[in-house]
Ligand binder design. Structure first.
Ligand code: ADP
Length: 464
């Protein structure tokens, strides 16, 4: 069963409020009930102790029991809601307050009386009587009997107090529930509104509209992150879509050029316009070679994407290796009047796959060579910075337009500038180079300015 966010939050809030109110009232019922009872029992005890003290003092002053001012004791009995009886040493009753005033008079009685008018049908409690010795001048003169309504009467007061408390709990529960529902509706609206927007965006994307972006106005961190992720996804999908379309047209273009050449040549042979000469067969061969290289590149790339790159690492003096690679390019550069220089820190050691390293450098150097202009210059730098080996290939060639830079490592991506140069590239070299560099735990990035040149930088961790 699917349940809306508003409902879910409201139910959650209501349950949380109910639980906390029930828990709070249960705990306070228990603790207040106990404390209240203890307090009343203590009060009762102090009251009785005081009465006994007063009677003892009266007797100490007036030696003759007949002279005792019983009015004062009677007042006490009524005020404190007690039954007081005084007996002499022969067990004759000297004074009795009578029980008729019990529950009616007395401060406590009044207070409790007012509390007793509740719906609980309070039990008035058991009547308890205790005997205490009547002491005057350290001599036992008789007995004081004090009677009062028992602890159930006392606890009825606490029940009454707690019932008032529970009543307030009920009122606060209702208020809290109403507030909770309002808050949960406001909060869930704040959450569900941007979520609905994001879902709407995702649905549009699903239907093929990759230009939509979720514009949410929220201060909830997770929602903002979700919306950013959806927008990033849309951006990535849209650029992937662009690359895919571009790839199809590029591939068609790349395949069509050699095929058209082959077709027109063969047609000319068939029509007898052209004699099949060695030179023309060589053109055939070159075009077929281009097609074969393209298919090989595709196969390499497919292999690269299917499996993990297996590195055959060994400890290599990459300064020497790099110098050797550069040397192989020197004749090529001289032939075209280009300049190839290098600044190489000697004896930099690294644990790398030497074949992959050669492939990486060959790709970068042949690219620089391919995309040079007249007065072309390429400089290779190798240096060590803390524990990182840095290799730079700097050229002053045609450069790469800013709009192409983010995609330059994508498969088959070629800048329009290089396309015009008709170098026969296929846009796979840098994809493979990047995969090899990253397999070594390294990084590759570039800076470029159109007509000024391009700098490719490699960073390898120096693990020897
Ligand atoms: P390609 O076989 O086309 O050279 P790469 O993957 O090696 O394929 O390079 C992809 C694209 O990057 C090239 O087509 C070119 O547009 C651009 N590029 C690479 N290196 C350079 C460079 N040194 N100067 C200018 N453009 C370059």
């Amino acid at each position: 069963m699917k349940i809306s966010l508003v409902k879910k939050l409201s139910i959650g809030f209501i349950l949380a409020i109910l639980c906390s109110i029930i828990l709070a009232s249960a705990i306070s019922n228990y603790t207040i009930g106990n404390k209240f009872k203890d307090y009343l029992v203590d009060e009762q005890k102090t009251k009785i102790d005081n009465v006994i003290k007063v009677i003892d003092e009266l007797y100490s002053v007036q030696k003759e029991s007949s002279e005792i001012n019983t009015d004062e004791i009677q007042r006490y009995a009524e005020l404190q809601d007690l039954y007081i009886e005084i007996k002499d040493i022969h067990d004759n009753t000297i004074y009795s307050s009578g029980k008729s005033h019990l529950h009616k008079g007395g401060m406590m009685g009044n207070m409790m009386g007012s509390m007793m008018h509740n719906s609980y049908g309070i039990n008035m409690g058991e009547y308890t009587e205790n005997k205490y010795p009547l002491i005057s001048d350290d001599k036992e003169m008789g007995t004081i009997i004090i009677g009062y309504l028992g602890t159930s009467y006392l606890s009825s007061a606490s029940v009454s107090f707690i019932s008032t408390l529970n009543h307030s709990f009920m009122v606060s529960a209702i208020v809290a529930l109403i507030c909770g529902i309002i808050i949960s509706i406001v909060i869930s609206k704040q959450i569900s509104k941007p979520l609905n927007k994001i879902t709407e965006t995702a649905n549009k994307m699903r239907n093929g509209d990759l230009n939509v972006r979720a514009k949410v106005n929220s201060n909830t961190k997770e929602i903002v992150e979700l919306s950013n992720s959806i927008n990033y996804l849309a951006e990535t999908l849209s650029s992937q879509e662009m690359l895919r379309k571009r790839l199809t047209s590029d591939m068609a273009h790349e395949l069509r050029t050699p095929l058209t050449t082959l077709k027109t040549h063969v047609e000319a042979f068939i029509d007898g316009i052209w004699e099949p000469t060695n030179e023309r067969f060589e053109t055939f061969y070159n075009e077929i070679d281009r097609l074969t290289k393209m298919v090989d590149n595709l196969r390499d790339l497919a292999k690269l994407e299917q499996t993990n790159i297996n590195l055959n690492k060994s400890k290599v003096n990459i300064s020497n290796e790099l110098e050797k690679i550069i040397d192989t390019y020197v004749p090529l550069y001289i032939k075209k009047n280009y300049e190839l220089t290098s600044t190489i820190t000697s004896d930099v050691m690294s644990n790398i796959d030497i074949d992959k390293f050669k492939q990486i450098m060959n790709n970068l150097l042949s690219n620089s060579y391919k995309y040079l202009k007249s007065n072309g210059k390429v400089k290779v730098v190798l240096k060590k910075e803390s524990n990182t080996i840095i290799i730079k290939v700097i050229d002053n060639g045609i450069g790469i337009p800013d709009k192409d830079i983010p995609y330059i490592f994508e498969r088959f991506y070629r800048s329009d500038l290089s396309r015009n140069k008709n170098t026969g590239g296929s846009g796979i070299g840098l994809t493979i180079t990047k995969a090899f560099v990253e397999a070594h735990g390294g990084k590759i990035y570039l800076e470029s300015k159109v007509n000024k040149g391009t700098t490719f930088t490699l960073e390898f961790p120096q693990i020897v």
